[in-house]
Design a protein around this ligand. Structure first.
Ligand SMILES: Cc1cc2nc3c(=O)[nH]c(=O)nc-3n(C[C@H](O)[C@H](O)[C@H](O)COP(=O)(O)O)c2cc1C
Length: 340
């Protein structure tokens, strides 16, 4: 095995490390995996317009997200069951995020409890799968508040379960997972919520002072509704191609969604971010930050906290390099005219 210098190297190493069922769960997308591939391909189609002679001897990558400083415009997307990938579970990735000064989003379906993950410190956000029983949802939200999570990321693209055929074929050998957040000690928390409507967002907004981040917005229509219903941020996502296959690539809808948000909510995007250059593309098209899913899990599988620290350092070095070569000195200078 060669040296690790980019996120694809982590991917290859993780594939060699993990058992086939965990790999299928990590890597797979829904149905024909059209959207899974489209996310990355859409980033690769974009081209830069570099400016020269702009003295880029110091490049500032820092920003703020929901009013708090982040050392770069990159966060960790919520992903379930880290215990499938490394014994440090979510603590490995959360500690790496804290060390890098970027937000970590803990999934409802984490292997560890949200209280245990809180020990990592840093800027932590809680991803909520709203439950049919509102009392259960309420208790998750109150626990997140009590243990210092700073934002509530409500996932909206799970009205059904994506048909992940790699998982279906591995059904019999899939390792048992546990839900660290199930207060009953079982596995009763649901990821799929066909019953949700905008009324539930209003209910959540009244329930908690935490800013609401609505994850899974893919159209300007829904972005406008999100703003109307008091969202602090709109998170463009197709769940990494794991839910509705044939959804558009996230980077291709970003610009219109950002226009609909109209500066009234922050806009984030995830799906297919694999290079620091992808971060610059996303920011040019209207995102305030990007979030990374699978690459964090590759790095966790390869080296636990150390691996995720290294992966975040790779993205940062690539972003810094891209900015210098684009003639950009600060995150706020990344504008629409940077990309075609
Ligand atoms: C293994 C895995 C588990 C995931 N679990 C969750 C989850 O529990 N909640 C959630 O909102 N999104 C979940 N997602 C979606 C991610 O938050 C994110 O939208 C997606 O991974 C981004 O695409 P990328 O993997 O290409 O970076 C998961 C994704 C993967 C790959």
């Amino acid at each position: 095995v060669g040296e690790i210098i980019n996120l694809a190297d982590f991917e290859e190493r993780a594939r060699q490390t993990l058992d086939p069922a965990a790999w299928a769960y990590l890597e797979g997308g829904a149905s024909d995996e059209i959207t899974l591939r489209a996310n990355e391909e859409a980033f690769r189609r974009r081209r830069f317009r570099p400016r020269v002679l702009r003295d880029v001897s110091s490049c500032d990558l820092s920003t703020t997200l929901l009013g708090q400083a982040a050392r770069m415009p990159v966060g960790i997307a919520p992903t379930a069951h880290h215990g499938l990938f490394h014994p440090e579970c979510e603590l490995g990735a959360a500690r790496a995020a804290a060390a890098a000064g970027v937000p970590f989003t803990a999934s409802t379906n984490s292997s560890l409890s949200l209280e245990a993950i809180a020990a990592a410190g840093g800027d932590r956000w809680f991803q909520l799968y709203a439950q049919r029983d509102r009392a259960v949802t309420e208790s998750l939200v109150k626990r997140a508040e009590a243990s210092g999570y700073r934002a509530l990321v409500v996932t909206l693209d799970t009205a059904g379960q994506g048909r992940r055929e790699r998982d279906m074929r591995m059904r019999d050998v899939m390792p048992q997972t546990t839900q660290g957040n199930d207060a009953t000690g079982g596995n009763s928390l649901e990821a799929v919520a066909p019953f949700l409507s905008w009324r539930d967002i209003d209910w959540l907004r009244d329930l908690t002072p935490l800013p609401l981040v609505l994850k899974g917005i893919m159209t300007p229509e829904d972005a406008a509704l999100a703003v109307e219903h008091g969202a602090a941020a709109v998170w463009v996502s197709n769940h990494g191609g794991r839910q509705l296959d044939r959804s558009l690539a996230t980077i291709d809808v970003l610009e219109d969604v950002a226009a609909a948000a109209g500066g009234k909510a922050e806009v984030y995007v995830d799906g297919g971010v694999r290079r620091g250059g992808d971060v610059a593309v996303a920011l040019a098209l209207g995102a305030r930050a990007v979030f990374v899913g699978r690459p964090v899990l590759y790095a966790l599988a390869v080296g636990g906290e150390r691996g995720v620290r290294d992966a975040l350092a790779v993205i940062k070095a690539e972003l810094r390099n891209t900015m210098a070569l684009l003639g950009i000195r600060a995150i706020g200078e990344i504008a629409r005219d940077c990309v075609l």
